[in-house]
Design a protein around this ligand. Structure first.
Ligand code: UD1
Ligand code: CA
Length: 460
């Protein structure tokens, strides 16, 4: 049996009041359409997935190129029925199609498979996935032939509901399976005599029933899974639902999350057992955290790897960095892309790092900028140390070898090499390489004038 999946993603999303197309809005760190494509490609290979694009088609396509799916262009968005009509050429050769909505992002592959199996077992022309959410307002309602029957008579859109129909709890999820030949034989019967003047795919239920075709419905096991995102408020609800699912999955794997409703954890995040995540932490992108770590409140970690036994104090910002085992960061550390923090190293408050490596057990505990630097192990970077890496035109590297002691308030003018075991006196501006085991001083000699202050005061 040949099966294709059509994803309707051409709409503007007028109700969002946004310049960005609806399906590119993100929940759980990924665009709506990415979630839907991900679920679809668990059921059929990407070359059997057809995404209908229209409003800002280029942007939508660009966001999901590389997934291997096909695109169909619906230049004018004349409704969901018209979206499927547009895909006719592309999918006519498949026996059956499953139609998904690009704005129903929580849908799980198991549910698509259940709809497919039900559709085939029922030998139906159209099978509708339904749900009974706590608030059905805004959705189309499914009118069954008789209470409890699999057969459907019609789908009625919210705006066309009679007062009596408004009490029907069962909604249309916007997800369907169709027998392709029958669908395309009758799809031209759709009319636009409705509130929006559009071709409604939902009207196919009535069209098919009128022609004596079998239309059936199956209720999803979870009504949350089929919730649609038409407004930014609904988007926030789905985002919260998705993140809570991610947090619960991590908790089931032994991760302690004190207040999961306050954390923002993307689906690609992995965390090892016995790690503790405090309230208001954000773990984004492909962040991987090991075992026995402690991530304190208000830290934001993106696309970074954190090994085991790492302590991240409050308010750290970590982006594309690698933190090795038993290191300690923060509070208020800022690790920019390319930072590699060695085992047992300490990066303290108001220390900024970028494109740098610091070795095992080294410490930069206070108020520093360390960029384009290679720092060995057992190094002490005094408070206020700055690598002057930029001359206004080019960036230059600083190399600090093992066991160097850099006194406080030192400026290291790159390119520069500080040899192993050497000392830099506090307050130095170092412009020349320092050999191993030397002491370098680069500051004005102190002048002290005895009794100056006393005589100064007596002049008042
Ligand atoms: C639709 C259903 C409604 C159902 C709800 C479930 C219709 C007429 N109504 O309503 O019964 O309860 O979904 O979420 O289908 N799209 C296109 N081309 C178009 C129009 C829409 O590709 O010309 C896409 C949109 O981008 C969107 C999807 O189709 O991803 C659904 O469209 P939307 O306007 O959100 O339909 P609803 O009003 O939510
Ligand atoms: Ca919708």
């Amino acid at each position: 049996m040949r099966l294709a999946i059509v994803i309707m993603a051409a709409g503007k999303g007028t109700r969002l009041k946004s310049k960005r197309p609806k399906v590119l809005h993100k929940i759980g760190g990924k665009a709506l359409v990415e979630h839907v494509i991900h679920a679809a490609t668990q059921i059929v290979p990407p070359q059997d997935v057809y995404v209908v694009v229209g409003h800002q088609a280029g942007a939508v396509q660009a966001a999901v190129t590389g997934t291997g799916v096909h695109f169909v262009t619906q230049s004018e968005q004349r409704g969901t029925g018209h979206a499927v009509q547009t895909a006719r050429q592309a999918v006519a050769a498949y026996e059956h199609i499953i139609v998904l909505s690009g704005d129903v992002p929580l849908l799980q592959p198991e549910t698509i498979a259940r709809l497919r199996d039900f559709h085939l077992a029922e030998r139906a022309a159209m099978s509708i996935l339904t749900a009974c959410p706590s608030d059905p307002h805004g959705y189309g309602r499914v009118i069954r032939r008789a209470p409890g029957a699999a057969e459907v008579a019609a789908i009625v859109e919210q705006k066309a509901l009679t007062p009596e129909q408004k009490t029907i709890p069962e909604i249309n999820s916007g997800i369907y399976a169709f027998a392709t030949t029958t669908l395309f034989q009758l799809i031209n019967e759709l009319r636009t005599d409705n509130a929006h003047g559009e071709y409604y795919l939902t009207d196919m239920a009535d069209v098919l029933v009128q022609e004596g075709q079998r239309v059936v419905a199956i209720e999803a096991e979870s009504s949350t899974e089929v919730l649609g995102a038409n407004t930014l408020a609904e988007m926030a609800d789905l985002d919260a639902a998705m993140r809570l699912t991610t947090a619960r999955k991590l908790m089931a794997q032994g991760v302690t999350i004190y207040r999961p409703e306050t954390t923002v954890i993307d689906a690609g995040v992995r965390v090892g057992p016995d790690t503790i995540i405090e309230p208001f932490v954000q773990l984004l992108g492909e962040t991987h955290i090991g075992e026995d770590c402690h991530i304190r409140s208000y830290s934001v970690i993106e696309n970074s790897t954190i090994e085991n036994h790492v302590l991240i104090q409050n308010h750290c910002v970590i982006d594309n960095a690698h933190i090795r085992s038993s290191a300690q960061l923060g509070p208020y550390a800022r690790l920019r892309p390319g930072s590699d923090i060695g085992e047992e190293a300490h990066i303290g408050n108001f220390v900024e790092t970028k494109k740098m490596r610091i070795g095992k057990g080294s410490k930069a505990n206070h108020l520093s900028y360390l960029g384009d630097a290679e720092i060995g192990s057992g190094v002490n970077i005094g408070a206020g140390t700055i690598t002057c890496n930029y001359d206004g035109v080019n960036k230059h590297r600083t190399l600090i070898e093992d066991k160097v002691f850099v006194g406080s308030d030192t400026t290291l003018v790159a390119p520069i090499v500080i040899g192993e075991g050497s000392y830099i006196a506090a307050g130095s501006c170092i412009t020349e390489d320092v050999p191993p085991d030397a002491l370098a001083l680069g500051r004005a000699r102190q002048t002290t004038k005895p009794d100056w202050a006393r005589s100064h005061r007596s002049k008042r």
